[in-house]
Design a protein around this ligand. Structure first.
Ligand code: ZN
Length: 107
């Protein structure tokens, strides 16, 4: 049985409501913090995507240049004879490979 008088009961309800109000205030602050954090992460994500995008192009260019240099220094860069010294003036496989690389990098 509930031994509290109605007055005590009402006081208890008021306290509960006050506590809930405080809890809501704290939750609103936390939501604000999370929204700011979310926005910060969104911007960071954008910057990282931009970096990745740029990084994704540079290595392939360097790779491309490196292979072309190898070819001009007289080595095969084709999958058939890769890394071997080129005896002939030109290798059709190497030329086909450089053509493929060049076309892939065109927008
Ligand atoms: Zn070759």
């Amino acid at each position: 049985m509930n031994r509290l008088s109605p007055m005590w009961h009402a006081a208890g309800v008021q306290q509960t409501m006050r506590e809930m109000g405080e809890t809501i205030g704290v939750l609103q602050q936390q939501v604000q913090v999370l929204l700011e954090e979310s926005e910060r992460l969104r911007k960071e994500n954008e910057q990282l995507r931009e970096l990745l995008h740029r990084a994704g192009h540079h290595p392939s260019l360097q790779h491309h240049d490196h292979l072309l240099t190898l070819y001009h220094e007289g080595f095969h860069i084709c999958t058939v004879n890769y890394g071997q010294v080129r005896a002939e003036e030109h290798c059709l496989f190497c030329l086909a490979f450089t053509n493929k690389m060049t076309h892939r990098e065109e927008p």
